[in-house]
Write a protein that binds this ligand. Sequence first.
Ligand SMILES: [Zn+2]
Length: 597
Amino acid sequence: MTQTTSAAGIAWDLSDLFADYNDPAITSVLDEAAAEAKAFAQTYRGTINVPDGPDAEHLRAGLEEFESLQDKMSRPAVYATLLFSADTSKPEHRNLQQNVEQRLTTIQNELLFFSLEWLELSDADAQKLVDHPVLESYRHYLANARRYQPHKLSEAEERIINEKDITGISAWQRLHAEITSGLSFPMEIDGAQQQLTLDAVLSLMYHSDRAVRQQAFTKLFEVLGNHTQTLAYIYNTLVQDKLTMDRLRIYPDPMAQRNLDNEIEPDVVETMIAVVEQNYTLAQRYFTLKAKLLNLPRLQIYDQYAPIGEVSIKMGFEEAQTVILESFTAFDPSFRETANLFFERNWIDAEIRPGKRGGAFCMPYPPSLHPYILCNYTDKLRDAMTVAHELGHGIHFWMARKQSLLNFSPTLPLAETASVFGEMLTFEHLLERELERGNKLALVCGKIEDIFATVFRQNVLTRFEQDVFATRAANRLTPEQLGQHWIAANQRYYGDAVETTGGYEFGWSYIPHFINSPFYCYSYVFGELLVLALYGMYREQGQAFAPRYLSLLEAGGSQAPNALLVELGVDLHDPGFWQLGFQELQRLIEWAEELAA
Ligand SMILES: [Zn+2]
């Protein structure tokens, strides 16, 4: 499918990395990295885990060499990924990616001892090094790695777990994916019978025709209903496995491991979740407005994603560039300058091409070079927002390159700090333009509903998981019991504003996060609310806010989120901070009410 849009010719220039898939330099870099990894192992193996610990200077030299090796290795890895994303149909690209991956795995295995030896040191010896001034710039990295130490098992045990997981949790996860991706949903659309996949039937929830949404909803749960025994069995098994592993690894509660990964204190998560719940009434207020706009007495669950009008504005790539840069300038000139690099130096691949992968992403590595952005620009206003989002990521990574590689990547809860912010800047800037009222309303409602999906819905999912883990400890849960937990968690959100009957009790059964990454969902809530609150601070403080926000971006992942945000005067333990995010949401809802009136 070749589609001509205004972005034709907007393709990235990868020559900063390599010339082509068969560039001999790729092999040379891999050979060099392999040789350096061998030499690294010869120098450092057995020198970190030594009585009384290594010299601080020795460890520092090791960390620096380790970083430069990782940077070198990221080049072929990133190149292979970008090339494959640019054209997935070429077997040469797939082969390159596989070869590079295989070679890098071997090299990484050679380096594994380095982090393991660090973990094997006694607490006292490790602490001495963490506190040593020579290692100051690695303090957070070193201390962070040590936090997993109390939860590690012996090497023999870890190896057995890894091997048994293949026929254990991984097998259950695969089975879940196989069942859900193999489901077929019979639908009648425009008089023709069709068999739809799960993704396709879920996307019909956004259809403008209510009859189509209703049919999709009914079929979705009719088909899922036939599989709930098996899906509940799989989920029960995975929850039990996690409870067992948490006991063996001495994690105090089911969320503890996720909190450790996110570097977020448990009471911060609880505070945030509670504030979100207090604001469910705000969601209900919007759903009541939406029912009115759709001419319905009350929303059914299948109406919640129904589109409010349509944004009919088209926006070419060049215009998007202008609008985005304008909106970034208003915030801070350096925001604009950085974004402009991406356009000027061809770090963006925006055109539609056959074989190109869908969606959009920003690739941060290698930090010694610059990030790359991929998107599929179809001249819709939404595409301009996507570019603003990915440029936000790009700016974050570009600014964080002041940090060395191990301190570079922002932790998951901070990963969307600049992307969602950049999107907000462009969104508000667009709304200031002379837009027709219907377009404005459609834009604002779209934004509100995006926020609902990341804040409210993910909060519901998290509460559901907590309930399931709390009750599963005593007993295996039947599909009906899982359904009761699911409806209870959803009911608190929807209140009387949305009807949640008609099969919705099986809504838990197809969600991959529950199966593959328990308690991941609260990170979405955290990221989005954080940015909304920061945006609120920006609107309150004006220009004074920008420099402090930019230093947050520059800090990358060099500190835990809490430590970085304290610098902006943010206290994550304070419910008032999280409420700031909801003030921004409320502002949008009031805006929608006004436009609808
Ligand atoms: Zn993003």
